[in-house]
Write a protein that binds this ligand. Structure first.
Ligand code: BG6
Length: 471
């Protein structure tokens, strides 16, 4: 649903084609594009063809036989009922069941009316085959609206039928964080406050707001990136080991981690948050004149539990920055005692572990080494793993491939549960409200192509720390 939109063209169709090409789609899978535009099947296929340039004509023609189109107002139960009847034409699975996955690639304002219409058309009833619904972000625009949406969803679908997307969870390198932590035994014993001094998470983008000004101006970086992607990364770094890689086991641990994140009081916001706005943001189409919407934020958080007490987590994200990079840096403590002859005030930095999510996917561990032929001189060197070396010849799939396949297979491990979403909003809401208070700081300006506003650095300097370049 939302088949003529941008997400379908740029992400969903290429991911489905790639899965098809790799032979991973179920044999009888049909894809019905649904939108209000008046198109026939061929026009719909032609619309998507351009977004999959890598397909040969023959490959495309084969794939296109799986694609049909229906002109439907998704908020109308009558339209959906007519669509539902059409689905009966398709082949059932080997058990004689017709299973349906509804993908809402829609404007968020359409989620509730669409879910009501699905219910009225009887499309959530899973007695004749499974029925699942995929809901894109943003899931709500604050805690209240997310709770309301969850209630609405649960009036119609059971939680296990619901797949809320955060595409960061589908990224290979984000999944690898779990493998790295829990399929190796040497990191988990030191993954705590006794050994870790601080953690930094950076999701930097060089792109500007572009054509999304109207949506972005109502959201800003805190709702657009922190509430979902950055807090998910934080949860994966801080959670305890789940007993299995299973949806609820994993999500229960993330929920515990997010519950332990210290909520900032409105007054704390000033001391723990820096916001910025790139120069020229006001001229973006759809942006309100004089808007104070932040396009950059740096935030200090604490996780108040036994494992992380006192360890600061510095999170930052922004648009219009010098480069696109997503990285997590774990800074370990300095050695407790220095036995090598170094000048009195020298502090030997602790080891640094950098997990590079994109674009230089890999992991780097920095440690001190003796400089050869120099008494006891020391220098940081690194052990590095790069995907392009370790897994040469294997292209990293787009996150949507993994997520679409998981939703088709009924594996919700990499989707967010209702309580996770609400916890994440409960962390972000007071921060956003703090910015609305009289006297709240206006965002600092920065030039596109810089590393954000200069005071993004000051947040860390006040703790005698700096941003550590990771990848
Ligand atoms: C989206 C945000 O969720 O993530 C966008 O709405 C952002 O503003 C995008 O650009 C970043 O995703 P990625 O995969 O390019 O890092």
């Amino acid at each position: 649903m939302g088949a003529s939109g941008n997400l379908t063209r740029t992400k969903l169709a290429p991911a489905l084609f790639s899965l098809y090409h790799k032979g991973r789609l179920p044999e009888h899978l049909h894809i019905v594009g649904v939108a209000r535009d008046n198109l026939d099947d061929q026009q719909f296929r032609d619309q998507l063809r351009g977004s999959i340039p890598e397909a040969t004509d023959q490959e495309w023609d084969e794939f296109a036989t799986r694609l049909t189109y229906a002109t439907v107002d998704v908020t109308s139960a009558d339209d959906l009922w007519a669509l539902y009847r059409r689905l009966d034409e398709f082949d059932p699975d080997e058990n004689g069941k017709l299973n349906c996955l509804y993908y809402l690639a829609l404007a968020p304002s359409l989620y509730e009316p669409t879910i009501s219409a699905l219910s009225a058309a009887g499309m959530a009833d899973d007695r004749q085959g499974w029925r699942r619904i995929v809901i894109e972000k943003p899931f709500g625009s604050d805690l209240n609206s997310a709770q309301r949406l969850n209630r609405h969803v649960h009036d119609v679908f059971r939680e296990e039928q619901v797949y809320r997307i955060d595409h960061y969870l589908g990224k290979e390198t984000v999944q690898n964080l779990l493998v790295f932590r829990f399929a190796n035994s040497i990191f988990e014993p030191i993954w705590n406050r006794n050994y870790i001094d601080q953690v930094q998470i950076t999701v930097a983008e060089d792109v500007l707001v572009g054509e999304r000004g109207e949506y972005y101006d109502r959201s800003g970086v805190l709702k657009d990136m922190f509430q979902n992607h950055l807090l998910q990364l934080l949860a994966l770094i801080t959670m305890d080991p789940p007993y299995a890689f299973a949806a609820d086991a994993l999500r229960n641990e993330k929920v515990k981690a997010l519950s332990a994140v210290r909520r900032l009081s409105l007054r704390d916001v000033r001391d723990n948050l820096v916001i910025g706005q790139y120069d020229g943001y006001h001229y973006e189409p759809g942006v309100a004149p004089g808007s104070h919407t932040p396009t950059y934020a740096a935030l200090r958080l604490y996780v108040d539990n036994w494992r992380w007490h006192g360890v600061p987590f510095y999170l930052r994200s922004g648009k219009g920055l010098s480069r696109k990079t997503t990285e997590m840096v774990i800074q370990f403590r300095s050695p407790p005692h220095m036995l090598f002859p170094v000048p009195d005030d020298t502090v030997i930095p602790g080891n640094t572990l950098s997990i590079c999510v994109q674009p230089n996917e890999g992991i780097r561990l920095e440690f001190q080494s003796k400089v050869p032929d120099e008494d006891l001189g020391m220098k940081p060197v690194s052990l590095e793993f790069h995907y392009h070396d370790g897994f040469a010849g294997i292209d990293l799939p787009d996150a949507y491939e993994r997520l679409l396949l998981d939703a088709l297979e009924g594996d919700a491990a990499l989707f967010t549960r209702s309580d996770e979403i609400e916890l994440a909003w409960s962390i972000i809401d007071p921060i956003v409200h703090g910015l609305d208070l009289p006297g709240a700081p206006a965002p600092f300006r920065y030039l596109p192509g810089m590393d954000g506003p200069p005071n993004g650095e000051e947040l860390l300097l006040s703790d005698n720390r700096r941003w550590i370049p990771g990848c």
